[in-house]
Design a protein around this ligand. Sequence first.
Ligand code: GN1
Ligand code: MG
Length: 362
Amino acid sequence: MNADLSTIALNFQLEGIIDEVKQLGEGFINDTFIITTEGKSPTYILQRKNKAIFSPIPAMMDNIEKVCQHIKGKVKAAGGDPMREAMTVIPAKDGKLYWLDAEEEYWAVCLFIEDTIAYDAAETPELAYAGGKGIGKFQSLVADLNEPLVNILPGFHDIRFRFNQWDEVIAKDPVGRKAEIAEEISWVESRRNEMLDFWKLVEDGTIATRVTHNDTKINNILFNKEGNVLCVIDLDTVLNSTALNDFGDAMRSYTNTGAEDDENLDNVSMDIEIYKAFTKGYLEEAKSFLTAKEIEYLAFSAKYITYEQVLRFLMDYIDGDNYYKTKSPEHNLVRTRAQYKLLQSMEEQFDEMNKIVKEFVA
Ligand code: GN1
Ligand code: MG
């Protein structure tokens, strides 16, 4: 057992005796561990939260707790199980929602929900449909959460903000990588106006801002053994943002026939059947609260978020890989190319994507 990690875990209000603390997965942002306990005591998730990205962490934890409590209330009222259908933040022994170690690193714990399945890819339309219902349901559960959340990620899906960062990084070219990637830079530049035109509708309020998840990859959803959505997890990025961001980010990850960092671009394309199934599930839950403008831009949001990801990966590459964890010097460039291939595939299928949305709101 990693002695340091269990010492950290001991600062939280855990039940039972810690058996083991082990690394879990390979998040790009946080470090995640699983705490197993002896006997029938619960299992927990321990995370070192990335304070360089989420700032300030205490406000992030307050956002998460607000959303969790709100969902728990709704689940209870509907006769569901609030311990399984919502995340549970486990406070530290001093009552705070986080624990700060001697190196000023922030740690947080939540309950591990047993007997669930998480998928790394939406392999079937059935799964994509369930995921769509999950995200739509999540948004509807928090649609009446009226207290504003603290914006701990200023400009997260705001393309104007991203262009400001982009322009700065391009001007600096801190590690001299710009010259070799003129083509990739042109992919971003050639769509700048298209993306800004859309973003203006958000800035002037034509497209509403809501409580949203902002990281709707399929592995942020826990399914039960029957294949139904139980709970949406990884609430670090809950923000007041547009519902379209959640839809778009889900489509960026669900519909990709390849990997986010696929080196073989022939593997990468948008699977329209997966898009269709997710859209059906999502709109079944969400069409009652979405406005006509949101629905009009739903298909576009898939392109928007995929484009944003192209920009963010490429920007991080130019910047010398300061944001995303990378496994090789070219990793962010590989990710950029793979996401761009996906974007092109969406552009090719855009008419069909719009038709599908129309079909499910008719
Ligand atoms: C990051 O760490 P993870 O996988 O939850 C990122 C997302 C990106 C994603 C790309 C706060 O999410 O925005 O889309 O990587 N989260 C943050 O895979 O930047
Ligand atoms: Mg995340």
